[in-house]
Design a binder for this molecule. Structure first.
Ligand SMILES: O=C[C@H](O)COP(=O)(O)O
Length: 231
C-alpha cells in the first residue's frame, strides 16, 4: 500500500473509534491526553466515566470529536432509576453519546420486562442523544444476545455494543455478526473490549461493526497501514 493510501485508511478507521479511558484510576491528565490524541487522530469520540464527562465536553468544545460517557458501568446492576438519573446528569454535563450496560442479571433470568424498562428509562432521560446498549456478550448465550438486540431496537437505542472491557471476555467476530444480523441496518454495532491492533479492528468492521471502542486506539491507527481503504 502506498504511503498516501495507508494514511487514508488510518484516518478512515480513526473516524470509527471511540477512544476509551475507563480505568478507575485515570487522572484528569490521562483524560486530557486522550482528548488531545482524539483531536490529533480524528477519533469519533473520547469515551470516559461520568466523572470526566464535563471536562471532556469542555476540552472538545468546537471540535468534531464527541463526548461519550458510560453509565451503569461496568456491572449494569444499578437499576433503572439510578441509570436514568445518571443519564440526565451526563447530558447536562455535555455528553453527546451514552453507553449504558443493560441489566445482565434480568436478561439471564428471562425478566425481559425489567430489561426493557431499564433501557427505556435511560432512553427517555437522554432523548436526542446517541444511546448505545452494552450487552456484555461474554456473559450471555446466543439466544440472550439476540433478545437483547431486539429489545434495544424496540426501545429506540442507536447502537448495540458488545462489551465493557471489564468482564471475562471482549468483542468477538461471531458476536458482531450475530448482532448485525439481528439489528440489520436499523442500529449501529459497536465492537469493544480487547481490540488492540488495526487487523482486529478491520476484521470487526468487516463482520458488521460501524464503531470500535478501544483503549489502544493510537496503536490501532498507527499500525493501520495494512488496513484496506474504504472504512
Ligand atoms: O468500552 C470500551 C472498552 O472498555 C474498551 O476496552 P479495552 O480497554 O479492552 O480496549
Amino acid at each position: 500500500m502506498s504511503t498516501n493510501k495507508a494514511a487514508e485508511a488510518s484516518i478512515e478507521l480513526a473516524g470509527l473509534i471511540d477512544h476509551t479511558v475507563l480505568k478507575p484510576d485515570a487522572s484528569r491528565a490521562d483524560v486530557a491526553r486522550h482528548c488531545d490524541e482524539a483531536l490529533e487522530h480524528g477519533f469519533a469520540s473520547v469515551c470516559v466515566n461520568g466523572v470526566h464527562a464535563g471536562f471532556v465536553a469542555q476540552r472538545l468544545k468546537n471540535s468534531a470529536v464527541m463526548t461519550c460517557a458510560v453509565l451503569g458501568f461496568p456491572l449494569g446492576a444499578s437499576g433503572a432509576e439510578s441509570k436514568a438519573l445518571e443519564a440526565a446528569a451526563l447530558v447536562k454535563a455535555g455528553a453527546d453519546e451514552l453507553d449504558m450496560v443493560l441489566d445482565i442479571g434480568a436478561l439471564r433470568e428471562g425478566d425481559l420486562a425489567r430489561v426493557e424498562a431499564d433501557i427505556r428509562a435511560v432512553r427517555e432521560a437522554c432523548h436526542g442523544k446517541v444511546l448505545k446498549v452494552i450487552l456484555e456478550t461474554a456473559l450471555l448465550n446466543d439466544a440472550q444476545k439476540e433478545t437483547a438486540c431486539r429489545i434495544a431496537a424496540e426501545v429506540g437505542a442507536d447502537f448495540v455494543k458488545t462489551s465493557t472491557g471489564f468482564s471475562t471476555g471482549g468483542a468477538t467476530i461471531d458476536d458482531v455478526k450475530l448482532m448485525r444480523r439481528i439489528v440489520g441496518d436499523k442500529l449501529g454495532v459497536k465492537a469493544s473490549g480487547g481490540i488492540r491492533d488495526a487487523q482486529t479492528a478491520v476484521a470487526m468492521v468487516e463482520a458488521g461493526a460501524n464503531r470500535i471502542g478501544a483503549s489502544a486506539s493510537v496503536a490501532i491507527v498507527s499500525g493501520a497501514s495494512d488496513a484496506p481503504a474504504g472504512y
